[in-house]
Write a protein of this length. Structure first.
Length: 400
């Protein structure tokens, strides 16, 4: 009896659309518990342990945390990039009007949050953190929406994925321009050259995945050493991998299927464990009412929701974009709420903004965590309530 029940249970769990999200949220809770227990220091030491090697001028020795955030996350971005490209070729993003909506929505999620933050922090020592509320954490946002299963149309998940990808690319550009003191353009040139080589392979109809993935490793290496966030290498590699509009099993689809379970059940849980180990401190709560805390929370929770919804509405209103299939304005507002889950990239920008000031950095981290929890919770509840309701037509305007 036990032998039949447990395998069936686990098989059904790992095949469900919400399994990855549930596992990810569980890892977040476990990581927070570890960070605030006696095991916290040991866990930090583990994450800071150097692994890898240095030889013949090639430096591949880094802390465990960096391998997770720059290495494993590059695979995650490769997976998401594959999904985005497939949808652009044969799916929801295949038309100009549909593809333009997530791009414009992402722009809406950039400017209002930054302006809200500056409204509270301009002229203060925390003004440099203006880009903190601009970022959306694609991993956690997708985990939340995946937990809703069939309550939301699949096109909405693609819309959120595309929006978050554009959002992250803009955030990476902002980091490169405003927060990177030493960009190595020679390495970027090397990476770009390899990317062009991959595009040529695509044009020559080379279908071997190894022909793309091995050069992709070199793209990762050069981008990482350039000073720009290395996860963009995953997106660039994905864009070069060939696909097709017909029913044939293309290299892109093969790789996407191969990465599905490793990404959902290995990479993302490890990522969550490593990045949510925030030790709570007494000054964190009071920091929520400072200009820094208010700017981050208002920027992420309010700025993201208003900006994404408003820019989406304008794009549809002036007919430069189309709504995702089977979605309503209630869905778009819910996606705007989930856009307020800043977390990883927001924390990364906070580290760049306030390095050397541990007190301000702790306040910023707690404000980001608070805003992300609020955004995730209200976004989940809002979309769950919206369900598959068709009360608002995709062509109607929301009440703004």
């Amino acid at each position: 009896m036990v032998k039949t029940i447990y395998p069936n249970f686990f098989q059904k769990f790992f095949q469900s659309s919400s399994a990855g999200g549930i596992l990810l949220m569980t890892c977040v809770i476990i990581s927070l518990l570890i960070a605030n227990s006696g095991a916290g220091r040991g866990f930090e030491e583990l994450l800071s342990t150097q692994i890898g090697s240095e030889m013949a001028g090639i430096n591949l020795r880094y802390p465990v945390l960096l391998w997770i955030n720059d290495g494993l996350m590059a695979i995650f971005f490769l997976f998401v990039g594959l999904e985005i490209k497939r949808e652009m070729i044969e799916g929801e993003l295949s038309s100009v009007k549909r593809a333009s909506l997530p791009i414009l929505a992402a722009l809406g999620g950039i400017f209002p949050p930054a302006l809200i933050y500056l409204a509270f922090n301009a002229g203060t020592q925390t003004a440099d953190g203006w880009a903190i509320p601009m970022a959306t954490d694609i991993a956690f946002a997708l985990a939340i929406i995946s937990m809703l299963g069939k309550r939301v149309p699949s096109s909405l998940k693609i819309f959120l994925s595309a929006l978050a990808i554009v959002d992250d690319l803009i955030a990476i550009l902002v980091i490169a321009v405003f927060y990177s003191a030493d960009i190595q353009f020679t390495y970027l040139l090397y990476a770009f050259g390899i990317f062009v080589f991959l595009l040529i392979l695509n044009k020559l109809n080379i279908t071997s995945l190894a022909a793309y993935l091995i050069p992709g490793l070199f793209i990762w290496y050069f981008i990482h050493h350039s000073g720009v966030h290395a996860t963009i290498a995953g997106v660039l590699t994905a864009l070069a991998i060939p696909t097709s509009k017909d029913a044939t099993l293309s290299p892109l689809v093969k790789l996407e299927h191969a990465l599905l379970n490793p990404v959902n059940f290995i990479i993302m849980p490890i990522f969550a464990l490593a990045n949510t180990n925030i030790a709570f401190e007494a000054n964190m709560v009071s920091g929520l009412t400072t200009p820094l805390g208010i700017g981050i929370i208002a920027g992420l929770v309010i700025g993201k929701t208003v900006g994404i919804t408003l820019f989406s509405w304008l794009a549809v209103k002036i007919r430069v974009a189309r709504m995702p299939e089977h979605s309503t304005w209630m869905h778009i507002i819910g996606v705007g709420m989930l856009g307020g889950i800043g977390f990883t990239m927001s924390i990364f920008i906070a580290l760049l903004s306030f390095s050397g000031n541990e007190s301000i950095l702790s306040e910023a981290k707690f404000a980001i965590l608070t805003a992300s929890v609020i955004s995730g919770l209200i976004g989940f509840l809002w979309l769950r309530k919206a369900g598959n309701a068709s009360g608002n037509s995709a062509n109607e305007s929301p009440a703004l």
